[in-house]
Write a protein that binds this ligand. Sequence first.
Ligand code: ADP
Ligand code: MG
Length: 224
Amino acid sequence: MIEAHNLKKVYRSRNVETTALRNISLKIRRGEFVMILGRSGCGKSTLLNILGGIDSPTEGSCRFLGRELGKMNRRQLALFRNKKVGFVFQAYHLIDELDAIRNVELPLGYAGIRHSLRREKAEEALQMVGLEERMHFYPTQLSGGQQQRVAIARAIVNNPDVILADEPTGNLDEENCSSIMELLTQLNENGSTIVMVTHDNSLTQYASRVIHIRDGEVAEGDLR
Ligand SMILES: Nc1ncnc2c1ncn2[C@@H]1O[C@H](COP(=O)(O)OP(=O)(O)O)[C@@H](O)[C@H]1O
Ligand SMILES: [Mg+2]
């Protein structure tokens, strides 16, 4: 489903160059729960952002369902992200001025889905993450774990081909961390393809495959 070839990413700011990705090739197949594991600063977020079309590589290419992301213009990329990808971030990134259900409805608005259907789909997504009773709560009225559930509902509401999660449990205590990991596992069992990045070794038990990243490269032994 996703094929990345020889991705390289160099950040240039003033006179400093940082090589975030040296040379990364990988494939993600439909139905997998892939965990990308590596230390802080090794390039995980950069990689995930490139796979999801948020960022572009300095060199190399990324194909998503056969389409070359590098050949899409801004509008096509925005549409691609909206329809095909559900992002989940460490810090939830909910909009504080909107209640849970309106946060979840947001991507449906961009997708041009009519209002009555939006509500229905958003309710369904909140049900899947076990938060239907809190749909009119605002983010500040929800715990971290609950906010991440809302963010996951927002990520799945458009029925994306893949969920890309960047340290989704990074801000949570152990109990909330397990419950978010169980939720992701359940979504994967129901057919969602998931790519998650983390620095936390203990979470690899949830994955169907682990890719180790070191200094912007896939570690030896993981090359395939
Ligand atoms: N926008 C940016 N500008 C300059 N350097 C960056 C930028 N984003 C990330 N980097 C650098 O690229 C490297 C990889 O960062 P990142 O992908 O965020 O790693 P990780 O998510 O594994 O912690 C780090 O050295 C980081 O400082
Ligand atoms: Mg990161």
